[in-house]
Design a protein around this ligand. Sequence first.
Ligand SMILES: Cc1cc2nc3c(=O)[nH]c(=O)nc-3n(C[C@H](O)[C@H](O)[C@H](O)COP(=O)(O)OP(=O)(O)OC[C@H]3O[C@@H](n4cnc5c(N)ncnc54)[C@H](O)[C@@H]3O)c2cc1C
Length: 600
Amino acid sequence: MKEAGSGAASFNRRDVLRATIVGGAAAAAVTVLPGTAGAHPRPLRQTPILPKPGRSVAIFGGGMAGLSAAHELSERGYAVTVYEPAFLGGKARSMDVPNTAAGGRKNLPGEHGFRFFPGCYQHVPDTMSRIPFPGNPHGVLTNLRPVESSVIGIKGSPAVAAPFGVSGISQLTPETIEKAIITAVGFIPQLPPLEMAFFVKMMMMWFTSSEERRFGQWEYLTWEKALEAEGKSQAYRDYLVNALTRITVAAKPHVSSARTIATIGEALVLAATGIVPEYKGGADRILNRPTNEAWIDPWVAYLRARGVQFIMGQRAVKLNVADGRISNVTMADASGARSTVHADYYVTSMPVDKAQPLITDEVMNADPHLAGIHKLYADWMVGIQYYLTRQSGLPEGHIACMGSPWAITGLRQAPMWANKFQDTYGDGTVVECLSIDVSDWDTPGILFGKPAKQCTKEEVHQEVWAQAKMWLNTGRSWLRDEDIHSWHLDPGLTWSGGATHNETPLLVNTVGSWDWRPNATTAIPNLFIGGDHVRTHIDLPTMEAANESGRAAANGIMNAAGDPGPRAGIFPLVQLPIFDAAKKIDADRFRAGQPHLMDG
Ligand SMILES: Cc1cc2nc3c(=O)[nH]c(=O)nc-3n(C[C@H](O)[C@H](O)[C@H](O)COP(=O)(O)OP(=O)(O)OC[C@H]3O[C@@H](n4cnc5c(N)ncnc54)[C@H](O)[C@@H]3O)c2cc1C
C-alpha cells in the first residue's frame, strides 16, 4: 500500500505557498510588504465599503478565527489585512494530495482531519450562510448535510449503526432530558444499571447547577473525578468516562475540566433532541465536498471581494509595545527576512503554541492577564485518509472505534458528496476516502506496541488500519487490505533526528484553564486575540470556538473605535428555563458553601 502522491515529486511547502500566494497591496495604513503584489481578484457581489481613516486592522493568522474576524470587520468598513505564513483555513482546511490526478480529474482530497458540525454550533452556520456559493439559496451553509447515524465499533462485539439523534421527544422536561441522556449512552455494553443511573444523576446535577457552581466547582474538577470513575466497572471507565470524551470531543478525561465537557455534553444532548429552536442543524452535519471546495475557497473569494488583503508567507514574530499600546509588529518570511506592520488595531489569531512566544514580558507588563496563555498547552490530534478502490459498505455517518488505543474516529468521505468521487478525484480507480482522526498519540498500539508519537509514518498507517479493522470488522469485512489504493497523512507531521514533529498541534482543555484563557479584548487598547484558546461559550478547540473568538475580537475593535454600528452576533448556549428555579436554589447554596442538593 503506498502513500498517496509519494511516487512523484515530494510535497514542497514552499511550492504550496507560492501557489497560494495572493497578491494585493496592503490596506491603507498597513505597511506594504515586499514581494507580495499581484492582481486583485474580481469582486463577487458587493463592492467593498470604502474604509474610514483610523480603521486599519492587521490580523495575524488566516485560520477560522482570523477569517471570522476579517469577515465581520470587512462587512463593517474596516481595512483588513490578513497575514498568513502557511495556509488559509488553518487546521480546518482540506488539501490536494499532489500528483494523484489523472484523466482530467482533480487531485485526491486530503485533510488535516475530517470535520463535523454538531447541531449546537451557531456561529459557524451563521457565517456560512453569509458566504455566497453558486446555486445555493443559503450560501455555503447549503453545503452542509445532516448526519443521521453513527457506526460504533466495540472490540469483540459486532459494530452497530446507532441513530445520531434522539427521536420521539416532543417536549423538553427533566424526564425527557433524562431519556435523551440514557439513549445517548445506551449502546455501551456491560454497563451496570446502577452506574448508568449514577451517570444520569451526575448529568442532571449539571443541568441544575448554577453558573456560580459551574465556574467555581466543576471547572476545578477533572471529568474523571467528577464522574467518580475510581472503583467503577471497566465499561464505565473505558467507555463512559474515557472513550466518549476522547472520541466525541477529543478531550482527555483525566485532565479536562468537568465544566467544559459537561457544557458541550449538555449542548450535544439538547441538539440531539432536534427540538431546541436555536440548534437548528439537527444532531450533526458534515460537508458535501472537501472543506476547501465547500467553504474555505468561497470564503476567501468573498473576503477578497469585500476588500480584505491576504499577505501570504509572513508570520508575526514580535509585538512591539510603546506607551502601553502595540506600536507595530515585527514580521518574518520563510527566509527569516524581517519587515514591520503598522495598523490601528492588531489581532493575533494564531494557535496557542504560536501565540505563546509573542506574549513577552513587555506584553505581559502591559496586560498581566495574558501571562495565562503560557499555562495553556497543545497536544496532538491528526488525520489520515485511506483511498479505497471498493466501497467499504460501512453505514453512512460517523465512525467511532470505542476504546481503541489511539482513540480512532472516522468518516466516509464520499457517500454524501455532491459529485461522484471516482469521476471527480484521483486516477479513476478510487471510489471513496475513509478519513480517520487519531486523537491519542501517547497510548501503545496493537501492532507495534508503541504510541503513535514513536512510530514511523508507515507504522502509523499500518497501526491505524489494523485498529480500524479490529474494531469495525467484527462480523463483517468492511475494511479489506486489498482495497487500499493509497493513504495520506497530515503533512504537518515530519520525521527527523529519530523523532516525530507536529507543526500543528491542537489545544488541550485542562482543569482550571478558563482562568488562564485570554479574553478577545485585552488591557492593551489596540490588541485583540482570536483563536480556539480564547474564552468562548464552547471552550473546546473547535471551529465554533475559533469563529466566536474572531467575532468577539471584531466587536472589541468596534468598541475601541467608538463605532456605533451593529456588533457581530455572539450566541450563548441554550439554558433551559425549566431548570431556572433549581439553578437559583443552587446559587444560594453555593454562596453559602453548601453542596448541590443532588450531591452525595
Ligand atoms: C484532526 C483535527 C480534527 C478536527 N475536527 C474538528 C471538527 O470536526 N469540528 C470542529 O469544530 N473542530 C475540529 N477541529 C478543531 C478545529 O479545526 C480548530 O479548533 C480550529 O480550526 C482552530 O482555528 P484557529 O483559527 O483558532 O487556529 P488555526 O486553524 O490553527 O489557524 C491559525 C492560523 O495561524 C497561522 N499562524 C501560525 N503562526 C502564525 C504567526 N506567527 N503569525 C501569523 N499567523 C500564524 C497558522 O498558519 C494558521 O493558518 C479539529 C482539529 C484537528 C486537529
